[in-house]
Design a protein around this ligand. Structure first.
Ligand code: AVI
Length: 346
């Protein structure tokens, strides 16, 4: 089951009621295991709810990653620059609130005085917010926002001088299936040069109670975030989902090593979606799978990086090893490890 293809998530024209949104919903709700791609979460309300999630006591991911950056940012900059100490420019996939990035940029400014920061995001408002935050806190950082719907063909116009440090943090990589994650990291690698660095943030595999709590918080914000996708479909596609007839569930899928979010139908019902001119039947207890959130082992991180054309140099963790930030180096093209199936096809 392929819930979120790379192009679903980072492809073009995913705005309100777009053909892309309609076809993704049609594909998902006609599949045997119904699903909705997780990029549908992030309309304005969903993005606000996600920000709220990052401040919840149960959602340890953001706080742990922040503490790793606070403790190790200086070491990360030294390690990313390497022995020759070239000037670093920072390119970040997803602008976010830039609060963790600020910690890193502060160290970078301390080390080299000035820096160029290139946040890349599809959302103009997210970019404006991140840019303003950085500009106000660090006036010597030159912010060059890149408003891009990142596709595998899209070329980022990155500074050629010095060395580039790419950031892909927040465990966003965990929302992709492993193959899709490799596709995304390979695309990023194609925008960088050998010797450039990547800081990758990943939520680590752990015992299940904190995971279940993180994705099913007591205040019900994650439940609201999950159900917001139905609110969006009601508004943008003329659907008539009854919100009280679906229940938020978060489960640990041990075989796949991932948290899953579902919306369970609490009764047998039919939902109409006007803009698709179709109705969809739900059995009582039937679920719509709305998100995967993969959790990583250190070996899994190393493997995904190697398959994407990077070598893992160093990892930093919080005291419990719940979250990891990994420094990887872009390999020369000829040293890249090819996948077995690609080798067989060659
Ligand atoms: C954005 N992403 C890394 C979050 C995660 O943990 O997978 C999205 C999220 N889903 C539920 N809570 C937060």
């Amino acid at each position: 089951m392929n819930h979120t293809s790379l192009l679903d998530v980072i492809g073009a024209h995913s705005g309100a009621g777009s053909p892309k949104e309609a076809s993704a919903v049609l594909a998902g709700l006609t599949a045997t295991q119904k699903y909705l791609p997780s990029w549908l979460f992030y309309d304005a309300a969903g993005s606000r709810l996600f920000e709220e999630i990052t401040r919840l006591p149960e959602y340890y991911l953001t706080a742990r990653e922040h503490s790793i950056f606070s403790e190790h940012a200086a070491a990360m900059i030294v390690a990313a620059a390497g022995l020759e100490k070239p000037r670093l420019s920072v390119v970040e996939l997803g602008a976010g609130s830039a609060s963790k990035t600020l910690v890193l940029l502060r160290e970078l400014v301390a080390a080299q005085g000035q820096a160029v920061y290139l946040p890349v995001d599809v959302s103009k408002s997210a970019l404006e917010w991140a840019s303003r935050n950085v500009q106000e806190a660090l006036p010597t950082v030159e912010v060059r926002p890149i408003c891009a719907e990142i596709t595998q063909e899209k070329l980022l116009d990155l500074p050629q001088e010095g060395r580039r440090l790419a950031l892909y943090i927040g465990s966003s990589v965990g929302n992709f299936d492993p193959e899709e994650a490799v596709g995304l990291l390979r695309w990023l690698r194609s925008q960088l040069l050998p010797g450039d660095a990547l800081l990758l943030g990943t939520d680590m595999a752990k015992n299940t109670p904190p995971l279940l709590a993180a994705y099913n918080d007591a205040a019900g914000v994650t439940a609201q975030f999950n159900k917001n996708v139905l609110v969006r479909l009601n508004r943008e596609l003329g659907a008539n989902f009854a919100l009280d007839a679906f229940e938020h569930r978060a489960v640990w899928n041990k075989t796949e090593g991932r948290m899953e979010m579902h919306l369970h139908s609490t009764r047998s019902q039919t939902v109409r979606i006007d803009s698709l001119d179709r109705s969809f039947d739900f059995k009582r207890g039937e679920s719509i799978h709305t998100e995967n959130s993969y959790k990583f082992t250190p070996e899994g991180v190393e493997d995904i990086l190697l398959r994407s054309g990077y070598t893992l140099e160093q990892s930093w963790y919080d005291a419990d090893r719940w979250f990891g930030v990994h420094l990887a180096r872009v390999l020369e093209a000829e040293t890249m490890v090819e996948d077995e199936d690609e080798e067989a096809a060659a």
